[in-house]
Write a protein that binds this ligand. Structure first.
Ligand SMILES: [Zn+2]
Length: 291
């Protein structure tokens, strides 16, 4: 009489084990990364002697990028991700070392955090870069979320062969969180609450979550009164003109040359070339250190 009962208990136990196994599989499938690697390599741009941005820039890109990156790390860790930082202090890390770190974590997602700069203070907006074909969706997701919280222009998603993107064997994105050479956007970046919102937006993008509600900055909440500067007026040269590509590296290099060394080059140049150079000097300068 006890054998059927024992058999019933055995079957019940087996079914419970099956259910537990199925639940475990479902839990794994519903991991925070939703199919992506749960390891995120965060790369705060620049560091040490490399301040980022343009010469004489008041707000240091390396410090803003590091702060947002550290906030992003905290947000992601709280959501169950394993996070690796290419730098966690104000030190210079060569680009090759950054990609080596990224490539040592197979299946990881690489996210490089930067702020933009330009010779013209009116240049503004958010832009996101990717290179690998499998990174477009990630770039779109991060960009959509950052744009949703940033009260500025949407400069779009661009495909560029920046060193850290083309040398990384994992999906990778580089996000430019605004222009520190723009007084309004520099004011945003200097506000810790805004940097926290940037970090949370990037995290939502990594998680492929829909962008959150676009709450405007208000005094006493996300931004202080001085951050709420009036919007930029006047024509936006950056939007009106096509963005230069790798030639900007040459332009950036030339800008740091002495007048003495630059003079012979201009003498050799023809008149049309001089005009082109003058008109492009007000356009955004791509950070050649990323190349
Ligand atoms: Zn940068």
């Amino acid at each position: 009489m006890t054998r059927p009962l024992s058999l019933f208990r055995h079957r019940l136990l087996s079914r419970c084990q099956l259910v537990a196994f199925a639940l475990a599989i479902l839990t794994l499938c519903a991991s925070p990364a939703r199919g992506q690697g749960r390891t995120i390599v965060i790369d705060p741009g620049h560091g040490g002697h490399d301040r980022g941005g343009v010469p004489g820039q008041r707000v240091s890109e390396k410090m803003m990028a590091l702060d947002v990156a550290q906030r992003l790390r905290s947000v992601l860790q709280a959501r169950g991700y394993r996070v690796v930082m290419t730098r966690n202090s104000d030190v210079f890390i060569p680009l090759g070392t950054r990609t080596s770190i990224a490539n040592s974590y197979r299946g990881a997602t690489f996210v490089s955090v930067h702020f933009n700069s330009a010779s013209r203070s009116g240049a503004n907006g958010i832009e996101t870069y990717y290179y690998r074909g499998d990174s477009g969706g990630l770039a779109a997701s991060i960009h959509r979320n950052v744009v949703a919280i940033a009260p500025t222009e949407n400069r779009g998603i661009r495909r560029r062969a920046y060193f850290v993107l083309r040398r990384t064997n994992n999906p990778g994105v580089l996000v430019e969180c605004g222009f520190l050479t723009n007084p309004t956007e520099a004011g945003y970046a200097l506000n810790p609450s805004y940097r926290q919102r940037l970090a949370e937006a990037i995290a939502r993008g990594i998680q492929r979550l829909p962008s959150g509600p676009n709450k405007p900055l208000t005094a006493g909440s996300a931004a202080s009164a001085d951050v709420l500067a009036p919007t930029i007026s006047g024509p936006d040269v950056v939007r009106a003109a096509p963005r230069p590509r790798r030639t900007s590296r040459v332009r950036h290099y030339r800008s740091s040359r002495s007048k003495k060394s630059a003079r012979p080059r201009s003498k050799r140049s023809s008149t049309p070339k001089k005009k082109r150079k003058r008109s492009s000097s007000s356009i955004i300068q791509v950070d050649w250190r990323l190349c």
